[in-house]
Design a binder for this molecule. Structure first.
Ligand code: FUB
Length: 327
């Protein structure tokens, strides 16, 4: 009788142990130590249209705004991309689509055939929002890229094209970073070339020379600069192309906004899409990495914007972002 009781107690103890172990596994999932354990966002977070190249900013009204390009179905590579939409949120859960803010037909100097409204960015200075977009000015699209500028007094409507930044090379993917002292920096690049320079106060011209961003490893495109704890981060897409997997997102850091940069590593592994393009922003005390994938369409050129939490190590390096698809 006594032996039976001991056996029952033993069995109970083993059951409790197994239960607590499996609970522990559920909580930690199988995420390795060096990656961020994160809130599982439902991705893509825009499903009504195909979107790509998310540039995220938090503006003075406290909302987070995402400026995205638009993939057109049926696609022809990225040739037909026709317009930009803005999405905003107050809680990272509920998103408002503010609609189209600019289309190819509204660009007076744009190529006659339209299309090619590629990855944009937006900046704010002294009461004006400056929207920067790469668009070719000629039929030979790959030789005639300009970085167009549209301005508005509102973050998500009323943009009017003012021209383009004069004197630049034919390159894509603009990013504008406004530092704490109000000085604005312009970055762009593609095909292994990444350049940066200072913007004049008018936000429409380069002040001095553009210079090569030195110290990046395997730069492809999609430059993005943000700052945390006095350190500048330049993130970008690489050229990775192996076994059906493509562009990863990498980053480098510097103590100054124009480098030289120290390469730090990969922070987003390949998605299911041929390209990737990201932005990093702080919102309500947390950091977020925006990117795109093709999980809605399963087609490389019908992409959808996504977001996941981005977590730093205490030394300022970035943990690998965990891409989630369900809540
Ligand atoms: O969306 C068109 C182009 O594809 C972007 O400019 C690149 O960054 C890549 O995402």
């Amino acid at each position: 009788m006594h032996k039976k009781k001991v056996n029952t107690l033993l069995l109970l103890a083993v059951a409790i142990l197994i239960g607590s172990c499996s609970k522990k596994n559920q909580n930690t999932t199988d995420v390795p130590d060096n990656v961020a354990v994160i809130q599982k966002f439902k991705n893509p977070f825009v499903t009504s249209i195909y979107t790509a190249d998310p540039s995220a900013h938090v503006w003075a009204d406290g909302r987070l705004y995402v400026y995205a390009s638009h993939d057109v179905a049926p696609p022809q590579g990225c040739d037909l991309m026709d317009k930009y939409h803005v999405f905003s949120t107050n809680d990272m859960e509920n998103w408002t689509d503010h609609g189209e803010i600019l289309g190819a037909s509204q660009v007076p100097w744009g190529r006659p055939e339209g299309g090619f409204m590629w990855a944009p960015d937006c900046a704010y200075k002294n009461g004006t929002y400056y929207f920067y977009f790469p668009h070719p000015s000629g039929t030979e699209w790959d030789k005639t890229w300009k970085i167009g500028i549209a301005t508005s007094k509102s973050p998500a409507s009323g943009f009017e094209v003012k021209g383009y930044i004069p004197g630049l090379e034919s390159l894509i993917d603009p990013c504008v970073f406004v530092d704490d002292d109000g000085k604005a920096y312009f970055y762009y690049g593609g095909g292994n070339v990444c350049k940066g320079g200072m913007l004049k106060d008018n936000m429409m011209e380069i002040d001095g020379e553009m210079k090569n961003m030195v110290g990046l490893t395997d730069f492809h495109e999609a430059s993005w600069v943000h700052k945390k704890d006095g350190l500048y981060y330049l993130s970008y897409a690489d050229n990775f192309n192996e076994a059906g997997k493509h562009n990863r997102m990498r980053y480098a850091t510097s103590k100054t906004p124009l480098g030289p940069w120290t390469y730090k590593g990969i922070y987003i592994d390949p998605t299911d899409s041929f390209t990737n393009h990201g932005s990093i922003v702080q919102f309500k005390g947390k950091w977020y990495a925006f990117y795109h994938n093709s999980s809605l369409s399963h087609h490389d050129w019908l992409r959808s914007i996504c977001v996941n939490e981005l977590v730093y190590n205490s030394d300022g390096t970035i943990k690998k972002v965990v891409q989630t698809s369900v809540k």
